[in-house]
Design a protein around this ligand. Structure first.
Ligand code: ADP
Length: 319
């Protein structure tokens, strides 16, 4: 393996830069050249590539976003688009690729491997929606962003005696809501894996109010529905004044936490090591404390299940 390519694709996440840095520096340390691809698969098709060196990734470990930028590419989903990408990779002498992104980007990575370019995926998504790994890069940072928001909202919730609905990201996965909800002491956590039981949410609110509770935080995962509509329903059903906050893209940005930087550094470096070992069609993950490589198709076929213990614990502790 003499020349390694690297790109970021799909939704960005804090820690992607730390992963890029690890790919570039570990590859150079092991005697490889590194080509950075701008704007994901779209940039690959359009030839937006340039060689990277040690300085290309200086001063980025602490930055959110991705210096390589990211994109969603419809053209790469077509055979013709992928052929163009292959030609570009040949011109630049790329012999192996590291793709940093979520499940969609991994499907693209699998296609690259099928074209004869060994490709390794690194999970960069705040959603933590990939079942083969305990954590994805950016999840911890997003969770901390939500916990900080909860603390701020809790202050005003207490002052006014209102119920506050906070809508968080995660697409079909409730991990951000569940973990940030537990860490932030939310009264109710509503996630797609369980669904909405509006009567139970209202019962809990009224019980809390009767017990003298001043604040009420309801954490809602975006995969279940919208905070504004839910707030209106709760206000109507309980008579308790509600406010809704949609945290949106604040969760996608910001300086990555130490956890995400360490995870991204380990995963990025591992991806390069796997390529050098002659591996392909793998995605890097973490299980317990071990950084692992899993076959892409197998990784994507594992269904993400509800972490029942954590969900029940959050429920017990928020009585
Ligand atoms: P994420 O990686 O965050 O899940 P997307 O689902 O948008 O983001 O996927 C990112 C990109 O990966 C898509 O825009 C597309 O170019 C590529 N991609 C996704 N699925 C496939 C596929 N089945 N074949 C080829 N490329 C794909």
């Amino acid at each position: 393996m003499k020349t390694v390519g690297v790109l970021t694709s799909g939704g960005d996440s804090p820690g992607m830069n730390a992963a890029i840095r690890a790919v570039v520096r570990n590859a150079i340390a092991k005697g490889c050249r590194v080509i950075g691809v701008r704007r994901g698969y779209d940039g690959l098709i359009q030839g937006q590539l340039e060689e990277m060196n040690l300085s290309s990734v200086a001063d980025i470990i602490h930055r959110g976003g991705t210096i390589l930028r990211t994109a969603r590419s419809e053209e790469f989903r077509t055979e013709e688009g992928r052929k163009k990408a292959l030609n570009v990779m040949k011109v630049f002498g790329i012999e192996g690729m590291v793709v940093i992104g979520g499940d969609g980007s991994f499907r693209g990575a699998e296609e690259l491997s099928k074209l004869g370019i060994p490709t390794i995926g690194v999970p960069g998504t705040i959603d933590n929606d990939l079942a083969y790994t305990d954590y994805t890069i950016g999840f911890d940072t997003a969770m901390n962003t939500v916990v900080e928001a909860i603390s701020r909202i809790r202050d005003t919730s207490t002052s006014h005696g209102r119920a506050n609905i906070i809508e968080v990201m995660g697409r079909h996965c409730g991990d951000i809501a569940l973990h940030a909800g537990l860490a932030g002491g939310a009264e109710s956590i509503i996630i797609p894996e369980v669904g909405l039981d509006i009567e139970q949410v209202c019962r809990k609110l009224i019980k809390g109010k009767n017990r003298g509770k001043l604040h009420s935080i309801i954490l809602l995962a975006e995969g279940v529905g919208g905070a504004i509509e839910l707030g209106a329903t709760i206000e109507e059903m309980t008579g308790i004044e509600t406010r809704a906050t949609i945290l949106g893209h604040t969760q996608r940005g910001g300086s990555p936490t130490a956890f995400d930087r360490v995870l991204a550094s380990k995963m990025g470096a591992k991806a390069v090591d796997l390529l050098i070992e002659g591996k392909q069609s793998l995605v890097v993950g973490i299980k317990g404390n071990e950084i692992i490589g899993v076959d892409i198709e197998k990784a994507l076929s594992i269904e993400k299940k509800l972490d029942k213990e954590t969900y029940q614990l959050a429920d017990i502790l928020s009585m």
